[in-house]
Write a protein that binds this ligand. Structure first.
Ligand code: ATP
Length: 347
């Protein structure tokens, strides 16, 4: 079932077209991440779903109820939307219990049982109920903000870069707890982010946005493994772009003969290879694709290795398990594992 349907949504601010015809279906009880660079229109889209902004044209419907379109606009307070902003969502003069039950009918406010349920849901210790926002970490504050957004059981929960103000360690644990709480609450949610890892690891569906348009909507696996174009490929993860020539399901390029998906573009093409598809074996030996190891960035569990193909070929990047990191200057042999994506050549 589709909980949120967006059709041909447009919005301009003077000469700036923030949304240029956005179509999106958000399935019920799922998390959709809208992923795009700064200024591409993500916040504008989210604010329009919340009802804080009206579209120039297009429609938004929650289930079968249209909330924005030619028939008029339903105001935010009647949309049953939960909103979690970047930071600062909590009322500083109210304790956690009062904050999380703020949106509930007066009789239900501060009801101990409901407060406990909501704190459990976002994996917070029940004892924080009597604390004030300034007595919580940033990650705890964001969990309280989510608990408050979920309390009235909204049709849709909207999260606008909710982890961006947190440091790396808190970010990961908070993001995981938030995604889990949304799942447990059977919530339908839209998360706006410019962080690829966040979008791919948390969402059921990723909508990649560029210059006011959604350029690809699919599962994290689809947008990572079958990006619509090389720009999406580079935006959702590290990518090696190489020119090549495709004939059937085979492509010739500086990394040898590679396999492309059935139905790929034929003839001159741009190939996209993920760094983890490039396998290294330590014996330089003769024959095959040989490269000299350049710069190595070691991250413990894995490492990124820059390789200079010999003789005089392009530079490519491979990702290897940390324990198998070769030394700079070593000669290695390369092979490519799996299917690579091919796009029409831009030349
Ligand atoms: P960020 O990740 O930096 O928040 P974003 O993808 O959320 O960016 P939006 O905030 O939606 O992008 O902005 C899209 C475009 O519309 C930008 O060029 C922005 O400058 C412009 N814009 C947004 N709101 C307004 C406004 N109220 N008045 C004028 N221009 C605006």
């Amino acid at each position: 079932m589709t909980a949120l349907t967006i059709r041909q949504l447009t919005k301009s601010f003077g000469p700036v077209q923030a949304l240029a015809g956005v179509d999106l279906d958000v399935p019920a009880e799922s998390l959709t991440a809208v992923l795009g660079p700064s200024g591409c229109g993500k916040t504008t889209l989210l604010r329009m779903v919340a009802g804080f902004l009206s579209p120039d044209s297009g429609t938004i419907a929650f289930g079968d109820q249209q909330v924005a379109g030619p028939g008029g606009t339903v105001p935010p307070q009647r949309r049953r939307v939960g909103y979690v902003p970047q930071e600062g969502a909590l009322f500083p003069h109210l304790d956690v219990a009062a904050n999380v039950t703020f949106g509930l009918p007066r009789a239900a406010r501060r009801a101990r049982k409901r407060v406990d349920e909501l704190l459990d849901l976002v994996e917070l210790d029940r004892r924080v109920a009597t604390r004030y926002p300034h007595e919580l970490s940033g990650g705890q504050q964001q969990r309280v903000a989510l608990a408050r957004a979920l309390a009235p059981q909204p049709s849709v929960v909207l999260l606008d870069e909710p982890f961006s103000s947190l440091d790396a360690a808190l970010r990961l644990s908070t993001a995981r707890a938030v995604a889990q709480a949304l799942r447990t609450a059977h919530a339908t949610a839209v998360l706006v982010t410019h962080d690829q890892d966040e979008a791919l690891s948390l969402a059921d569906q990723v909508a990649v946005m560029r210059e006011g348009r959604l350029v690809q909507v699919g599962t994290p696996d689809t947008v990572y493994s079958s990006p619509t174009d090389p720009a999406v490929a580079e935006f959702v993860g590290a990518a090696v772009l190489l020119p090549g020539t495709v004939d059937g399901q085979r492509a010739e390029c500086a990394l040898g003969t590679l396999t492309v998906a059935p139905g790929s573009v034929q003839g001159p093409a741009q190939l996209v290879i993920r760094p983890e598809q490039i396998q290294l074996s330590r014996d330089g030996g003769n024959g095959g694709i040989v490269a000299r190891v350049g710069e190595v960035a070691y991250f413990g569990h894995d490492a990124t290795v820059r390789l200079h193909l010999e003789p005089g070929g392009p530079e490519v990047v491979a990702r290897v398990m940390g324990a198998r990191t070769p030394d700079p200057g070593a000669r290695v042999r390369l092979s490519v594992d799996g299917v690579v994506a091919a796009y029409p050549s831009t030349n």
